[in-house]
Design a protein around this ligand. Structure first.
Ligand code: IDP
Ligand code: MG
Length: 164
């Protein structure tokens, strides 16, 4: 089934210059890049993105991590949308397990991520966990005009496209 996923090069990946490598790994697949933008991560965006984790003990540090507060205030991330057959499975395989110490060594998280002494998973990229999450996340990070393919329906509101 065709799926759409959000991939984010997180602040550690941006600061260390891994965006090009991540893009190259995705280009080796048959997934289609249909959107990309550099986004300044506000607290509101970070907290909405990770809303389902708000009760976790690591939530506060996770939000600081995504806002770049652990990486020289690198608050700009690269957000990408990839579409294609089994995009979730393919994207998650490239990313590797959530914990970089447990991730397959050749995956992005396994090769480039680390766990800090404070227990923060600096895991370089975000990849949507399933198709529904992919849709929610893409609609949070992108407006319809910023996506080069009509992947989800939209409507005109006051002359501008909005997600349905
Ligand atoms: P995922 O990114 O592999 O989908 P999620 O469970 O959705 O993993 O968690 C979102 C993010 O929260 C992870 O990428 C990681 O940055 C952070 N995280 C998840 N579990 C832990 C943990 O046990 N300790 C520290 N950070 C965690
Ligand atoms: Mg997840």
């Amino acid at each position: 089934m065709t799926e759409h996923i959000l991939v984010i090069i997180k602040p550690d990946g941006m600061l260390k210059g891994h965006a090009g490598h991540v893009l190259a790994r995705f280009e080796e697949t048959d997934l289609l890049l249909v959107g990309g933008r550099v986004v300044k991560v506000t607290r509101e965006l970070a907290e909405t993105h990770y809303a389902h984790l708000k009760d976790k003990p690591f939530f506060a540090e996770l939000i600081r991590f995504l806002m770049g507060e652990l990486h020289n205030n690198q608050d700009m991330v690269l957000a990408l949308i990839f579409s294609g057959e089994d995009a979730v499975k393919k994207g998650r395989a490239i990313a590797g397990a959530t914990n970089p110490e447990l991730a397959e060594p050749h995956s992005i998280r396994g090769s480039l991520g680390r766990v800090t002494t404070k227990g923060v998973f600096e895991n370089v990229i975000h990849v949507s966990s399933d198709a529904l999450e992919g849709e929610r996340e893409i609609k949070l990070w992108f407006s319809p005009d910023e996506v080069a393919r009509e992947i989800f329906p939209s409507k005109l509101v006051a002359g501008r496209k909005a997600w349905l």
